[in-house]
Write a protein that binds this ligand. Structure first.
Ligand code: SAH
Ligand code: SF4
Ligand code: F3S
Length: 467
């Protein structure tokens, strides 16, 4: 059977980088004649793009591979490939741990899968390739000739220069490497002009470190991308507080295409904990950055990441985190219990916070985060917002859209019947259920409808971790 008839099932865990990498993996396979299937039983090739950020993410992968191995006894020719950060972290040892896996490849080899498959066919042995590649392999502009989804994620860099003591990413993705400007421009132009996208999201573990040590930095990249005709919204994640400059804040004020929304992880409100995490900022400096951003762009929506129960975190430290969260008044936040990762510097610290205490802190924190989110969403009631339509569904005689505002609030709205995905439309926010917003187009709808009959299918926020 030639590859023309082959089907691939691809499952992605992890962050925005993995989502973008999965698109590259799929792109490389499609150009070799594969087609994607959503049904694992029909697949000839199964690719799992893994995450190592917390132990739980790795557990999920192991149990998934266990289930797939059972399936493989019924369908022995199906090939299983493990990609991503876990492949990079564990490399060869995964072959022992998960016998039957054909290919293990790291985040730097996402465009090389067809080549690795051929090697496996030739040798009939497991193939492992998870080293860090140089820029020439990483940013080959031909990698993404085909876009799988309409997400518009554009990877602008790889790796991370910071060395937060809890974090596995520097070990799985290596040092920072910035993608050449022309390669980024080519992809953005392709997405906007060929795929009709109005919004792109620049992704990297530390996007505002883009072009470090060169004359072309991240704010300059934003100015350049804003000149791309028909590109209406530019978002990016993740940004590090240490690299959050006045020039970046000015971009939120001066470039209309930059969405007024920033994800700026703080991790903790306690200076002692931040020091032990080696975050490179104290809570006062972080607060100054927030003030600088709000002064430049008062509409800016802010989100963050918090780790609770880091080794040595006292009640007082945790209270400092709660104080920071409530005083910043985030639009939303993601929170995690500290998970010890192999070979990270924090493994040397004594983890003296009992799990029951960590869970209680997480519970308390998440309650406050939900309240803040609710408060922020309510400020939009009665206002008119421009939403970018990402999903449309016919409900009886109405067309119902899901979209998001430029501050990344999800809105469900009844829209005119000729509305299309990727349209930007004006919506009046009329209603809510908890933090979820409902609205109606202020353009003529062409029919009458009953207010308040909409309900959500719980869309996932795209910045939320996938695992
Ligand atoms: N590069 C980004 C995000 C890194 S991973 C940044 O620095 O901001 C996403 C989030 O996972 C982190 O912000 C952190 O909150 C969380 N995280 C990372 N390592 C973790 C660990 N060992 N245990 C628990 N959460 C962790
Ligand atoms: Fe990890 Fe810190 Fe780098 Fe983020 S900045 S990826 S938390 S080392
Ligand atoms: Fe996970 Fe790797 Fe991203 S560890 S969070 S997939 S960079």
């Amino acid at each position: 059977m030639g590859q023309l008839d082959q089907k691939v099932f691809l499952k992605t865990f992890g962050c925005q980088m993995n989502v973008s990498d999965s698109e590259t993996i799929l792109s490389s396979l499609v150009s070799e004649g594969f087609s994607e299937t959503q049904e694992v039983r029909t697949a000839d090739l199964i690719v799992i793009n893994t995450c190592s950020i917390r132990e739980k993410a790795e557990h999920k992968l192991r149990s998934m591979v266990g289930r797939l191995m059972k399936m493989k006894t019924l369908k022995p020719n199906v090939k299983i490939a493990i990609a991503g950060c876990m492949a990079s972290r564990a490399g060869k040892s995964l072959i022992k741990e998960l016998p039957g896996v054909a290919i293990i490849f790291g985040p730097d080899q996402v465009s090389l899968l067809p080549h690795l498959l051929k090697e496996h066919e030739r040798t009939q042995k497991p193939v492992v390739k998870s080293n860090f590649e140089d820029e020439a392999v990483l940013f080959n502009p031909d990698h993404r000739t085909y876009q799988a989804k309409t997400s518009g994620f554009v990877s602008i860099m790889k790796g991370c220069e910071h060395k937060c003591t809890y974090c596995i990413v520097p070990l799985t993705r290596g040092v920072e490497k910035s993608r050449p400007l022309q390669s980024i421009l080519n992809e953005v132009q392709f997405l906007v002009h060929e795929q009709g996208l109005r919004e792109i999201m620049l992704v990297g573990q530390n996007v505002n470190g883009y072009g470090r040590d060169t004359a072309f930095d991240f704010p300059k990249l934003l100015w350049r991308l804003a000149q791309v005709p028909n590109l209406k919204r530019i978002r990016f994640m993740t940004s590090h507080p240490k690299d959050c400059s006045q020039d970046l804040a000015d971009c939120f004020r001066d470039i209309p295409e930059i969405s007024p929304y920033l994800h700026l992880p703080v991790q903790s409100g306690s200076n002692d904990v931040l020091r032990r995490m080696k975050r490179g900022h104290q809570h006062e400096q972080y607060r100054d950055r927030i003030d600088m951003l709000r002064e430049a762009q008062p509409r800016i929506a802010l989100s963050t990441d918090i780790i609770v129960g880091f080794p040595g975190e006292t009640d007082r430290d945790f209270q400092d985190t709660l104080d920071l969260i409530t005083s910043v008044e985030y639009d939303f936040a993601f929170s995690f219990i500290y998970s010890e990762r192999p070979n990270t510097p924090a493994t040397k610290l004594k983890d003296d916070v009992p799990l029951s205490e960590k869970k209680a802190r997480l519970f308390e924190l998440q309650k406050i985060i939900r309240e803040l989110s609710y408060k922020k969403s309510m400020t939009l009631l009665g206002t008119t917002q421009e939403i970018l339509i990402t999903n449309l569904k016919r409900e009886e005689d109405a067309l119902v859209a899901v979209g998001h505002t430029d501050t990344y609030k999800l809105v469900k709205a009844v829209v005119p019947l000729d509305t299309q995905v990727q349209d930007l439309i004006q919506v009046k926010i009329t209603n809510h259920h908890e933090s979820r917003l409902f609205g109606e187009s202020i353009s003529p709808l062409g029919y009458t409808h009953t207010k308040g009959h909409l309900s959500y299918d719980t869309p996932q926020h795209p910045t939320a971790p996938l695992q």
